[in-house]
Design a protein. Sequence first.
Length: 235
Amino acid sequence: MVDKLSSPWCNAVIIKLLGKSISFFALQARLHRDWKTEKVFDIIDIGMGYYVVRFYSETDCKQILTNGPYKIYDHYLAVQPWEANFQPSKATLPKTAVWVHLEAAPMECFQLSMLHHFASLLGKPIKIDQTTLLATRGRFARVCVELDLNESLLVSITVREEGKKPSIVRCVYEGLPQNLFLLWRIRPHHRELSLQNRGCNRNNNLNRRGNRNSGKSDGSNSTTNGGTTSNDNRA
């Protein structure tokens, strides 16, 4: 019986705009403009800032789930698969794809394998910014990761390499509300990355320290699987 009730929603997602409230019609207009789907889709307001988007194509649903991150008015739109018995009043913070700046990262670490290590400390790696891989930006590296906003967020990484002074890499979350840690009571934490051999392209030992010190966060691309590249103008 439950399967029969759920079947009309098998190609649906649940969305929530983080840190900003807009009207239903404003959201509808932006999604129809930005989401290039093969078929039309329906948007249903289910309260508490959550919406269900129902697609009439499995391909469209999979495309939207995997092609993020998405932003509306510089705020991230969290997109997650539809789930049965979803109750907005009891929902926890959603997972969402977010671009993260790794400020003051050593230039020799601007390589796909090493940046994947950095990204995996933050969350689930999704993409590496193509400009970062070409080392043309310089001031910071940029990676896209899936974050679970119910977990503590990494605010800095200490990079230690034998014979060199430790480097502090700040993690700045692009587009998240400035008061994120107070608004959702998310605890910041710090970790260390120890490079046992000289050169970031060699074997690395990740030394994670769950240090709960307080901190603040301020706020085209290459996929991490197989190093393939793809253009992305959504965020």
